[in-house]
Design a protein around this ligand. Structure first.
Ligand SMILES: Cc1cc2nc3c(=O)[nH]c(=O)nc-3n(C[C@H](O)[C@H](O)[C@H](O)COP(=O)(O)O)c2cc1C
Length: 357
């Protein structure tokens, strides 16, 4: 059960522990520390240009000779965001005036979806795994990625999504429970309130597909890792647990919020980006709770927030910014990534030993 299986063997991992890709949070230093400690480091590259993605993969390669997971979004085109963002602009106007910012700007699209320029970078830098959030890109792009020789993974938030991904030939499926921090990887069913938590989702996905399943959502320590392995996961993917490592690019106010959060501090919301994502609740979320359905389509909603964040003082910014976090955040610890991996490994061994008399 621990630690070797087909997934770890193929990637030459010492441990089935994956540091989650987290756009604008992960760094080559964080990913390399995890990979060098025997897990799988990941880079969340969705919000940077294809060139910058290539630079980050290259920087990882200078720090580690081990496997890397490079992660991208494949969200649909948001369409006419000027039209669909109109009501949200009206809702935000008072806030803009209070901040001395004048008229709310027209929404814009801050980053594109996965395309051929990304494939070029993958061809050049050859990460061992390319993973996607929000489904898969077009068939032609999937084929082009596969031809580079890397594995292709994607996230499922329901059994139907897992079956859809398996039918399209993915090498592994990340089963993401609703506890998870950051964005839901949902791409078939838009309603997050009907999606299962990991304890329900994981064994159902494991029973439904024959490719390796990676568990994600609420996994932060030896207990939760051991539980996921017992439920049939080939590996675990942890995001929130790594947010508190010094190698992660996390704003000090975000770190403060993580350290103070309880089991009921987080909420799923579209108000930061336009797609459901889990964040610690702050003043911005509380005051716009009734405006969830007005959010501009992903990722345009974030462009409406940006001027407010740029204008906020150091004291106020924590009240406005996304404070991405999963529900198990109170069990996370502040420590360097290599130390965290070693601690998790020790805890899993102790937990599994306690279960076998
Ligand atoms: C700050 C943050 C950013 C994230 N960004 C991404 C991303 O860019 N791509 C992705 O596939 N998953 C992303 N996720 C989701 C993780 O891959 C994973 O599903 C989640 O962190 C697991 O739940 P946990 O946070 O409870 O460990 C993000 C999660 C967090 C906390």
């Amino acid at each position: 059960m621990w630690p070797k299986n087909a997934l770890t063997e193929r990637l030459r991992l010492d441990w089935p522990l994956i540091q989650a890709p987290m756009a604008s949070v992960t760094t080559p230093e964080l990913a390399a520390a995890v990979s060098n400690a025997g897990g799988l480091g990941s880079l969340g590259l969705a919000t940077v240009s294809p060139d910058a993605a290539g630079t980050q993969i290259e920087a990882f390669g200078e720090l580690s000779g081990r496997a890397l997971n490079a992660n991208f979004f494949c969200h649909p085109d948001p369409g006419d965001v000027e039209l669909t963002g109109r009501e949200m602009r009206t809702r935000l106007q008072r806030r803009y005036f209070e901040a001395g910012l004048g008229e709310v700007p027209l929404p814009s699209v801050p980053f594109g979806t996965f395309g051929m320029e990304h494939v070029e970078q993958i061809r050049r830098h050859r990460p061992e795994v390319v993973s996607f959030h929000f489904g898969l890109p077009d068939e032609e792009l999937v084929r082009a990625v596969r031809e580079t020789g890397c594995q292709i993974w994607s996230t499922a938030t329901t059994v139907a999504e897992a079956r859809w991904l398996e039918a399209r030939g993915v090498d592994a499926i990340i089963a993401q429970g609703t506890e998870a921090g950051g964005h839901r990887g949902t791409f078939l069913d838009a309603d997050p309130s009907s999606q299962p938590g990991l304890f329900s989702l994981l064994p159902q996905v494991v029973s439904a597909v024959s490719v390796p399943v990676v568990a994600a959502g609420g996994i932060v320590d030896g207990r939760t890792i051991a539980a996921a392995l017992v439920l049939g996961a080939s590996a675990v993917q942890m995001g929130t647990a790594f947010l508190r490592c010094p190698e992660a690019s996390v704003h000090p106010k975000h770190r403060e919020a993580l350290a103070a959060a309880t089991d009921s501090s987080t909420r799923l919301t579209k108000l930061f980006s336009g797609k459901p994502a889990r964040s610690v609740v702050n003043r911005y979320l509380d005051s716009l709770q009734d405006a969830e359905d007005l959010a501009a389509p992903f990722p345009a909603q974030s462009s409406l927030l940006l001027p407010l964040l740029q204008a906020a003082s150091d004291d106020e910014i924590g009240d406005q910014m996304p404070l991405w976090s999963g529900q198990s955040v109170p069990l996370t610890r502040e420590m360097p990534a290599a130390e965290l991996v070693a601690t998790l490994v020790r805890e899993v061994e102790e937990r599994l030993a306690a279960l076998t008399p």
